[in-house]
Each structure stands twice: as C-alpha cells, then as structure tokens.
Design a protein around this ligand. Structure first.
Ligand code: GLN
Length: 517
C-alpha cells in the first residue's frame, strides 16, 4: 500500500489522472480519502443530502480492476458528486424536497450514465434549493448549506451543495444545473469555476424538470481545466431529450490555449451600473484589465433589455414550473398524505405537505400567469420580452466575441438575510438573461472582498462572468484557463477546507497551496 499524499484532496483533475495512471494511488484509496473528509467535515456544511460510500467503493474497486487490465480511460477512478436533481438508479433522488424524500429513482439520468461510462465514482448527492428554486440553498427540505469561507454565509444556489463540496475539497468535481444562474452564482459565492453550457448541449433526460426551456446541466470544479474534463463527459447528443442538439462535442481540453490576442470583450454598461457592490466592480475590472494586458480588447456595449430580464424570467420559470410540478399529486410517486377523504383532499394535502413555501409560491404565480384571461397579459408578454433579450445579445455579439461582467451584484450574504423573495430574485440580475437567451456562460473567481470580516475574519470570493455566443463553451473555458495560468484565486482554500477542526482559527489560505500539474 502506498502512502497517500496528505494534500491529495487539493490535486487537480490532471494530477489525479496522472497519479492513478502511474499507480501512485488507487481509486479505492482516493475514494476513501474523500469519504473520510466528507465524514469529518460535512456536518458543519450540510453539502450532501445522501452520501453513497458503498456504491463509491464498489465503483472504485471496479475502476482499479479496469485499470489493472489496461482498460481505463483518463478519468476512470476519479470521484465526483451529483446534484440531487439528477436521477440515480437505486439511490434517493430528492431534488431537495420533502415531496421526493422517499423517491428512489428507477433509472439514471443521461449525465449520470455518461459519468459512469467515463469511470467516474459517485460519492453522493448534493444539497440544493427545493426543486432548484432559489439563489441561496436555504429552501432545501434538508436544511440550509453553509459556505466554507464563512459558515454564517450562504453558498449561493440552487447548486449550493455542489459548490460547497468543491470549495471544501470534499470532491474534485461536481455536477450542477443552471436555470437562471444556479451554477454560476454559487461558483461565484464559493470561489470556484462553473460553466452553464448552451441550451441543448447537455441532455436533460433524468434531470428533474424545473423550467424546461431554461434548465441546463453543467460542471463545477476549481478551474476551467477541471471543468473542461467534466463538460467533455456531460455534453453530447441524447435522443431521449428532444431539445438535445446533435452536434459534435468540442475537445474542450485541446482548446484551452486559444490566443487572447484581439479577443473583443464587451462590457455592458448595465452590468456595472447602480446596485453593484464597489468591491465586486473593482475586482471584476482588475481581472478584465489583466485580460486586456494579454491582448484582449475591451469594448463598451449596451444590453438595454437587462432590466426586463428578472420580470420576464420570474413569469416564464414559474409558469413552466407550475406545469412540470403538476405530476407530484400523491398518486404515482412521491409524498402522499395520510388517510385522504377523497381525491381532492389527496391532491391538496399531499401537495401542501410535500412542497415548501417557495415552491408553492411559484406554482401559484405560474398557474395564475397561465390562466385564461391573464395569459396574454403576462406569459405571452414575457415571451416577447424573452425574444427581445435574445436579439439584444445577438446584436451585442456583432461588436464583441464575449461579454463580461460580475456574476452577482455582491459576495455571499448572511444566512437568513434575504427574507423578502423579491430581494433574492434581484440578485439574479446578471445571470438570468443568459438562460432566457439559451447562451453559454462561465463564472470564475477573480478576487476577494477585503472589506468583509465575518465569522472567520476571512474575505469572501468575487466572481467574474463571461457570456459567449451559442456553442462557444471551448472559447469561454479557454479565456478563463489563461486567466487562471496567471492568477491563483481559484487555488485559494476556504478556512474550513484547510483546517476542519477549528474553522475560525484556521491559518490564512493562500497561494502556498497552489500547485501546477
Ligand atoms: N435563482 C433562480 C431561481 O430561483 C435560478 C435558479 C436556478 O438556476 N435553478 O429561479
């Protein structure tokens, strides 16, 4: 048995592939290392809804066997965590809801299947806002998720658990989903990289539907390079999702070093206007200047429809949700109330008991907006605005190659700080239009808010967002990769990840932990 490097959980995916290939460590050892960390640390974070150690170890043994027979792919034996929105055969798939607390999925989502085929090891299912509705991971039936940078702060949402497992080094890779920002905003709040692909790039088969015309799965990891590994596995055509696009998947890893020279980066003035925290603005601008110094050209652009995006989204998404969630009726699967007196009572009580407040609010808004008499005034109008938003982006892409700005208006806020739902919705201002247009976008760490002194006294991460034209995932990953070759924001560790025993007295996490492959 080899001695395991003590910082194994800080290895990049490339380092892990090298270590496994050279038999420096086995998948069983690597998986055991992560399972131990989860057991040791996660009670403070609540990032997992379900940990699956038995499955993980069986998969890891199989991976080691395949490797010994010379049948392994590069990722064979590397662990990951799935957002609990992806169906996993034989394993509870709750979507963060009491409604599905007892639901054992009878099949695997396409994404889960692809990961299994690549030899990735499932460590468990991550916590999330109920049915992916939220921006803070506080609406989960399983309780809120804490941010490892400061336990009194939210990790963002809805893929908060998926973000925290990476930020606390509980897994090297995780899957997330993004309907209005749920990969990018938690990546920003937790200091990671996450990419929402073009609509249709990743199959939605077996991904529990929230708003089907907006939902898209994508990877979360420390770096653009690590995201490139996982996106290559997740992306691809699947006949079982009629919106999955049959188009070759780019070689994201091979494309990581496209030249930045002459790249036109559009800065929408609406993304730097009132409402944006000064510290966030400064860090984002510093990052953009760094790209300019490497040959990129910054151009001012106008996205006039920015202000209309939240209103349009918060009609369209609830409208689709009200329809998608009608299947949870207490009859076929999911929560069923005790002793119903008749069919109406069964429906009403099962849904009242099974759904939390935010989900019920959205079902009511959506049902209202779709009702005869209101449809034209609300839903149809929102769809027209959606088209204008898309046209606005396409016009902007005549002036620039990528669009840049902050991912979120602020760093992670305190748990419980946004009790008013509208205040929470407003935080989605920079992410939501991207989903309405179906475009790809990435968030990457670009600095720390130095004004913040919270429970750990450590500053909180700031995220830079880059939005690309359709199918430009390779370009977005490449721009961020090159930025990450010169900066170490993505390698900094949260206090809790460094010193699980006493997060508050942890040594400062800095670039001394940085490592190159
Ligand atoms: N915050 C947005 C919402 O609550 C986006 C969520 C998501 O992307 N799943 O709808």
């Amino acid at each position: 048995m080899s001695t395991l490097p003590s910082d194994l959980h800080q290895f990049s995916v490339r380092q892990l592939t090298a270590g496994l290939a050279s038999k420096h460590f086995s998948s069983v050892e690597l998986t055991g290392h992560y399972l131990n960390r989860i057991q040791q640390i996660d009670s403070q974070l609540n990032s997992f809804i379900t940990v699956t150690p038995e499955i993980a170890l069986i998969q890891a043994q199989a991976a080691d066997l395949r490797r010994s027979k010379g049948e392994a792919g590069p990722l064979t034996g590397i662990p990951l965590a799935h957002k609990d929105i992806f169906c996993t055969q034989g394993v509870r798939t709750s979507c963060g809801s009491k409604m599905l607390d007892n639901f054992i999925a009878p099949y695997n989502a396409h994404v889960v299947e692809q990961c299994q085929n690549a030899g990735l090891i499932m460590l468990g299912k991550t916590n999330m806002d109920e049915f992916a509705m939220g921006s803070s991971s506080e609406s989960s039936f399983y309780g809120p998720v804490n941010n490892p940078w400061s336990l009194d702060r939210v990790p963002g949402g809805s893929s908060g658990g998926a973000a925290v497992v990476i930020a606390a080094d509980l897994a090297p890779l995780s899957t997330g989903t993004d309907t209005g920002g749920s990969i990018r905003q938690p990546a920003s709040f937790c200091g990671l990289t996450g990419i929402k692909p073009t609509y249709g790039r990743v199959s939605r088969y077996g991904m529990i539907a929230y708003a089907s015309s907006l939902d898209q799965g994508g990877p979360m990891a420390r770096s653009a390079e690590d995201c490139a590994w996982l996106l290559g596995v997740m992306a691809g055509h699947d006949e079982r999702d009629s919106t999955s696009v049959n188009r070759p998947v780019d070689d994201y890893l091979a494309a990581l070093n496209q030249p930045l020279q002459g790249l036109r980066i559009g800065l929408p003035r609406q993304y730097f206007a009132k409402g944006l925290d000064n510290d966030v603005r400064e860090h984002v601008m510093t990052a953009l200047k760094a790209l300019e110094a490497r040959g990129a050209v910054l151009v001012d652009i106008d996205l006039k429809t920015t202000d209309a995006a939240i209103a349009a989204y918060y009609l369209i998404a609830p409208a689709e949700a009200s329809s998608n969630l009608s299947r949870y009726d207490g009859v076929r699967f999911g929560h069923r109330c005790e002793a119903p007196t008749d069919l109406n009572d069964l429906y009403r009580r099962s849904r009242t008991e099974g759904f939390g407040d935010e989900v019920q609010r959205r079902i009511m808004i959506g049902t209202y907006a779709l009702s005869a008499g209101y449809y034209d005034a609300y839903y149809l109008k929102a769809q027209k605005i959606r088209r204008l938003i898309q046209q606005d982006f396409l016009k902007a892409f005549e002036q620039c190659d990528v669009i840049a700005g902050p991912t979120a208006p602020s760093v992670a806020y305190a748990l419980g700080a946004k009790q008013d739902p509208v205040a929470m919705y407003l935080g989605d201002i920079y992410t939501i239009a991207v989903n309405l247009a179906g475009l790809p976008a990435i968030s990457a760490p670009c600095g720390f808010d130095t004004t913040y002194q919270g429970s750990t006294g450590k500053p909180l991460p700031v995220g830079l967002q880059l939005i690309g034209n359709y199918w430009s995932e390779a370009q977005l990953l490449s721009v961020v990769h090159q930025y990450q070759q010169e900066t170490d924001w993505h390698l900094r560790r949260a206090p809790l990840a460094m010193n699980p025993e006493s997060p508050d007295s942890a040594a400062s996490s800095n670039s001394s932990t940085a490592r190159e492959a």
